[in-house]
Design a protein around this ligand. Structure first.
Ligand SMILES: CCCCC/C=C\C/C=C\C/C=C\C/C=C\CCCC(=O)SCCNC(=O)CCNC(=O)[C@H](O)C(C)(C)COP(=O)(O)OP(=O)(O)OC[C@H]1O[C@@H](n2cnc3c(N)ncnc32)[C@H](O)[C@@H]1OP(=O)(O)O
Length: 153
């Protein structure tokens, strides 16, 4: 199954969080299934936060950042009745704002589940609700305003 990011054009594949062409990036892969999106990521020891055994909060925000914009793009395609990677003009979103709430420490070394749902899609603005869980427990929640990117002439 192709990830949402697999459909980003090559010129947008350099994102640190999810670009397949960035050798130093996280290579996050997000999928849409029904009314939610999901991605999985297992942080290595180098992503340690301030206290041992737990994940650095900036990394967690990065995971929500990329998953949120991918979620916005996937739901915008769906709203227009289009398939991802249909060869038409790409629909791409950037992060306008991202609120992150750290509910409990996130353990290092186990697979994290990042999920997204669409709260609203109006014009160029998509509001996405995000969660990041470890072992079935929600550690981080997020709320993103993603804005559809329009190239300026
Ligand atoms: C950042 C662009 C760099 C070039 C990127 C090129 C292409 C990108 C295309 C595709 C990306 C592909 C893959 C993405 C992969 C990974 C992405 C990871 C996520 C990121 O890492 S992404 C980087 C961080 N991200 C930024 O670097 C954004 C910098 N920023 C801007 O580029 C502008 O700021 C922009 C475009 C956001 C809006 O600018 P704009 O001029 O196009 O439109 P405008 O200001 O009119 O906003 C329209 C409506 O959104 C409301 N609105 C806007 N911002 C708001 C906020 N913060 N809070 C509340 N409401 C807000 C307004 O109030 C208005 O609402 P209304 O229509 O109701 O009045």
């Amino acid at each position: 199954m192709h990830a949402i990011q697999d459909h980003y054009p090559a010129e947008f594949a350099h994102c640190y969080g999810c670009g397949s062409a960035n050798p130093h990036g996280l290579h996050l892969k997000s999928f849409i299934e029904g009314e939610r999106t999901h991605a999985r990521f297992t942080p290595a020891a180098m992503y340690s936060g301030g206290y041992p055994g737990n994940v650095y909060g900036g990394l967690l925000a990065s995971l929500l950042d990329c998953h949120g914009t991918a979620t916005a793009a996937a739901f915008a395609y769906r709203a227009q009745g289009r398939a991802l990677g249909d060869g038409g003009a790409p629909i791409r979103f950037v992060t306008g704002s991202l609120k992150v709430d750290y509910k409990r420490p996130t353990p290092l070394g186990i697979e994290l589940l990042i999920e997204g749902t669409l709260r609203s899609l109006e014009g160029r603005k998509a509001v996405i609700d995000l969660t990041l869980s470890a072992d079935g427990e929600v550690c981080v929640t997020g709320e993103m305003l993603a804005v559809q990117f329009v190239a300026k002439a």
